[in-house]
Design a protein around this ligand. Structure first.
Ligand SMILES: Nc1nc2c(ncn2[C@@H]2O[C@H](COP(=O)(O)OP(=O)(O)O)[C@@H](O)[C@H]2O)c(=O)[nH]1
Ligand SMILES: [Mg+2]
Length: 683
């Protein structure tokens, strides 16, 4: 991690993601940084729809970032890569992958609105991912802000390691790290400086000794322990600014230059080789001459450019026209179009070295999380998976025009790849195509994009709930399949038992057949029959889960026993056993988070309670608003946004994430079973 070993180019790289709640000023700050560094003649404004990062037609119309944008600039010999991310909870899947591509997570907080949910979430996610963290308090110019109180709230919410690196002073900001005293609007530069130095020296005993002996250590000598404190999460610097007026922006550039880590100074990325428990950590080398390892942290479906991949080069040098492998892919692909992005503008590149962010176009083989490499032996290398919320807010979609089914599936597949919190599924039971996202806004924007960018109209309706079946008791079942028709017959007999497994355990198959009463060669046929029956469900037509099936007896016939006979016998034996094992239907229970005006909290809680849900907690959000957290059956939430709109005049928003599965009420189970019986008999 020493500066000595760093290639000069690597030492000059800084990578930052701007994260945090929607409206805090991330896009405005990105614009201000580009302008201050001389990359833009004038800063654009979100309201005018002329910022570099909100370049998409939909973003301009909604005046909100909906996707992550890549930006870059040169400043004082530095090369800075910025990722501007959207802040609405629905777009968490756009924001989180940026943590795989940068050294520093900059969480922007709106001085007027205070700490919001997404600031907390992004700080947590950045910590989990081992990123350096910085908090920027923006809009210090806004009327009525109470900055000393906000600083205290930040320290009590996120820890004492949140220390101001500068303080507001007469419409500007005063540095507290390099300066050991001076004037400020509140607090004291001297006290802030002392607190920073004390926090930094704590990571290194030798520095503690120096500090105790000399009473101070010059800031210029604190670089190494400062970097260590940042990457260990022992220091979260807090900075003040007013991005819109450029206040504190030049100072932020200096902080980026002098204090924020280059790729050698932050925690290394967690690359692994191999899968599951056998996976071994891989240390990447920030060596421009080493084998290439580049990670695709995001993809975009561009109707003109085809598939666009956002890459972080971790090792080696990516060069234009290079042949690279994509993960396990055997056939190398050619990187024809290599460029840096400035929002939507492509700046062609000949190469990109370790630590750099870049993009490639027209590579259909790319997929999110793919690793591009130039050595066959590196095919098993991948990045430790990123934790993202599981989407459960579903919508069944069908093309407005008959016959467009396949094209819809293809286009949706490309769009869904852009966001790890979007999912598309073909529900096998209903033949419905269902898209899942984190909330209503998430899917609305997806469908807008489908219409606007791909000129595709769809019909939508609430999807059927993905129920499951399980059993709650032990039971045995048996079936003899015998068919005699003219010549060769079919014969197979299976005895098996079923036992409940803990929720979430899945499926287990055990062979306890003794004495070859079912020949070993036919056991796979028995397992196949059991699995097929489980997939179809027994009582209500939903997949059977959390069950252990043990086949323990049976009979065969030396001539008439065939695979198909045992598949059929096992299926029927399983169905018989499950019917005796007190089967239950399970429904998805989701975690709900509702952001609502404080005045409506009682109504929202009451609504959840009257829909078989419960409130598990509330959290402070923006002034006048609260986050109500709860659990509720997904089946009860189909019209939730409509009900919320009525209760709050359209001011509340919610997101859902899967929590677990629970049994449905008995009357629902009876209704589902009856509906299945009717359908089954009709077929
Ligand atoms: N008063 C004030 N308003 C700001 C400042 N920075 C941004 N804004 C406004 O805050 C709103 C949200 O800004 P935006 O950059 O889109 O926030 P983002 O959602 O975090 O990207 C816009 O109306 C900006 O003009 C600032 O420093 N002071
Ligand atoms: Mg924005």
């Amino acid at each position: 991690m020493t500066a000595m070993a760093a290639d000069a180019r690597i030492a000059s790289i800084r990578t930052l993601a701007l994260l945090g709640p929607s409206g805090a000023g991330k896009t405005t700050l990105a614009e201000a940084l580009l302008h201050a560094a001389g990359a833009l003649p004038a800063a654009g404004a979100v309201e005018k729809g002329n910022t570099v990062s909100d370049h998409d037609a939909l973003e301009r119309r909604m005046q909100h970032s909906l996707q992550s944008s890549l930006l870059h600039f040169e400043h004082a010999g530095l090369r800075v890569h910025l990722i501007d991310t959207p802040g609405a909870p629905d777009f968490t899947g756009q924001a989180l992958p940026s943590l795989e591509a940068v050294e520093t997570a900059v969480v922007v907080i709106d001085a007027q609105r205070g700490i919001e949910l997404m600031a907390q979430r992004m700080l947590d996610a950045a910590r989990e991912r081992g990123r350096d963290r910085v908090i920027v308090i923006n809009k210090i110019d806004a009327p009525g802000v109470n900055l000393p109180a906000l600083l205290e709230q930040i320290q009590s919410a996120f820890g004492k390691e949140c220390l101001p690196l500068n303080l507001p002073h007469q419409g500007g900001v005063a540095d507290c790290f390099f300066q050991s005293s001076g004037p400020s609007d509140f607090g004291s530069v001297e006290a802030a400086h002392r607190a920073l130095v004390e926090q930094v020296v704590e990571v290194d005993a030798a520095f503690v000794d120096r500090y105790l002996n000399d009473g101070d250590v010059p800031a210029t000598e604190l670089h190494a322990p400062l970097e260590q404190a940042l990457r260990e999460g022992h220091l979260i610097p807090v900075l003040f600014c007013a991005a819109k007026n450029g206040v504190g922006v030049a100072e932020l550039l200096t902080v980026i230059d002098k204090l924020l880590p280059n790729p050698e100074e932050a925690n290394p990325p967690e690359f692994l080789s191999g899968e599951g428990a056998d996976a071994k950590p891989v240390q990447v080398r920030l060596d421009p001459a080493a084998h290439v390892l580049a990670h695709v942290f995001q993809v975009r479906a561009d109707p003109f450019l085809g598939k666009l991949g956002f890459l972080r080069v971790h090792q080696g040098t990516l060069q234009k026209n290079m042949q690279l492998y994509v993960g396990h892919g055997r056939k190398p692909v050619r990187v024809g179009h290599l460029f840096a992005l400035q929002g939507k503008t492509q700046v062609p590149l000949d190469k990109a070295g370790p630590g750099e962010l870049c993009a490639v176009a027209k590579l259909d083989e790319l997929h999110p999380d793919a690793v591009l490499h130039d050595a066959a032996e590196d095919e098993h290398i991948h990045l430790a998976p990123l934790a993202v919320p599981t989407p459960v807010h579903g919508l069944a979609i069908a093309p407005a025009r008959h016959g467009d089914e396949q094209r819809l599936w293809d286009v949706m597949h490309r769009l869904v790849e852009e966001d790890p919190c979007l999912k598309i599924e073909q529900a096998s039971q209903t033949h419905e195509t269902v898209v899942y996202g984190l909330g209503e806004l998430h899917l609305r924007v997806l469908l807008e994009r489908l219409k606007e960018t791909f000129k595709f109209e769809v019909k939508t309706q609430p999807p059927r709930i993905a129920y499951r079946e399980t059993i709650s008791a032990y039971a045995e079942g048996h079936y003899r399949h015998k068919k005699q028709s003219g010549g060769a017959g079919q014969f197979g007999e299976v005895w098996l038992k079923v036992e409940p497994l803990p929720r979430g355990a899945g499926f287990e198959f055990v062979d306890q057949v003794k004495g070859g009463v079912i020949p070993t060669a036919f056991i796979p046929a028995v397992e196949k029959g059991v699995r097929e029956a489980c997939a179809l469900g027994v009582v209500a037509g939903y997949p059977l889960v959390d069950v252990k099936v043990t086949v323990f007896d049976g009979k065969h016939h030396s001539v008439d026993s065939k695979e198909i006979a045992f598949v059929t016998a096992a299926k029927k034996a399983l169905q018989a056993a499950v019917k005796e094992a007190r089967p239950v239907v399970l429904e998805p229970i989701v975690q709900v988070e509702v952001l609502t005006p404080e005045a409506a909290v009682g109504d929202v809680s009451g609504d959840l309670a009257s829909h078989r849900g419960q409130v598990t907690g509330t959290r402070a959000a923006v002034a006048g608003q609260l986050v109500v957290q709860g659990l509720a059956p997904l089946a009860e939430l189909a019209a939730f946004q409509t009900r919320l709109n009525a209760m709050t005049s359209g001011q509340a928003r919610y997101t859902l994430a899967l929590s677990h599965y629970d049994p449905v009420p008995p009357n629902t189970q009876a209704a589902l079973a009856a509906a299945y019986k009717v359908q089954d008999e009709a077929e």
